[in-house]
Design a protein around this ligand. Structure first.
Ligand code: FPP
Length: 268
């Protein structure tokens, strides 16, 4: 069998268009080595680098990473500030590499809560990389799915009050167009590391029909080989979207073959 390090055997693989990752286990990884938690986050940034490369190489169109949740604001001040410093470092030092890989950067979450420098770096980087045409790297920072959906509902309610939207026209696609992921496909695959098996308020709307993949590997140990193993597992799952088998082909084409994945579709 071909090494998973070289990517899955793409000729026969169904590649998920949109993969989300809940990067978990940094703290436990560090603790088991008698190191401070931030050490785990630092090593986690190396895993981000490797995974972004693996995803882009595999033909995935969008990679969403849960980098910092709404709930993470409740962590000790030192850890929060070290994480913000790590984001700043990643954005300043990785931007050229991301550009070379033709990565488009998007960011979602409540950026108003971030330190001014982190917010500015995120906005500058996403602005600079918005013109690239390769894989979309969607960073969820200060993000919570319930807040995202609530914001969308508030925005729609406001437009209804202003007479811009007719309540009769409020449907799923209208709501989706007010989410932070407007223009992106729904998640096909959600990966969570470290053995935990829950979504923890991550992209709840977009993961409605996603395949879930849980691995015991802690995020700082996660790399290309683990990512490709998840793709391989995804490829072996049968997704029915609530239909029976024979209706599937006609109704849904949520995922891509490698040929589709390289066909130059535009995602905003
Ligand atoms: C969860 O592990 C991880 C986080 C809250 C932070 C994720 C951040 C990184 C991977 C750093 C780099 C990110 C980017 C985008 C450069 P945890 O701390 O909850 O682990 P634990 O459950 O073992 O305590």
């Amino acid at each position: 069998m071909k090494s998973l390090l070289n990517g899955p055997d793409q000729s026969s693989h169904v590649i998920p268009r949109h993969v989300g990752i809940i990067m978990d286990g940094n703290g436990r990884w560090a603790r088991s080595r008698f190191m401070p938690r931030i050490w785990g986050h630092k090593r986690g940034a190396d895993s981000v680098r490797e995974t972004v490369k693996a995803a882009a190489t595999s033909g995935v169109k969008v990679l969403s990473l849960f980098a910092f949740s709404d709930e993470n604001w409740g962590r000790p001040v030192d850890e929060v500030s070290a994480l913000m410093g790590l984001f700043d470092h990643y954005l300043s030092h990785e931007i050229n590499a991301l550009e070379q890989q033709n990565i488009r950067l998007r960011v979602m979450g409540n950026l108003e809560r971030l330190p001014a420098r982190t917010k500015a770096l995120l906005l500058q980087a996403s602005e600079r990389l918005s013109v690239r045409s390769g894989m979309v790297l969607n960073l969820a920072v200060s993000y919570g799915a319930r807040a995202e959906i609530t914001d969308a509902v508030r925005e729609i309610a406001q437009r209804i009050r202003e007479g811009i939207i007719d309540p009769a026209h409020v449907d799923e696609s209208l709501l989706a167009s007010h989410l932070a992921t407007a223009g992106l496909p729904d998640l096909d695959l959600v990966i969570r590391t470290s053995g935990e098996q829950r979504l923890s308020n991550f992209m709840l709307w977009q993961s409605s029909y996603a395949e879930l993949y849980f691995t015991k590997v802690q995020w700082p140990d996660f790399g290309a080989e683990d990512f490709n193993a998840a793709l391989q597992e995804f490829s072996s799952r049968q997704r029915r979207f609530g239909l029976v088998e024979q209706d599937l082909r006609a109704e849904h084409s949520h995922t891509s073959t490698v040929a589709d994945a390289t066909a130059g579709e535009t995602l905003c």
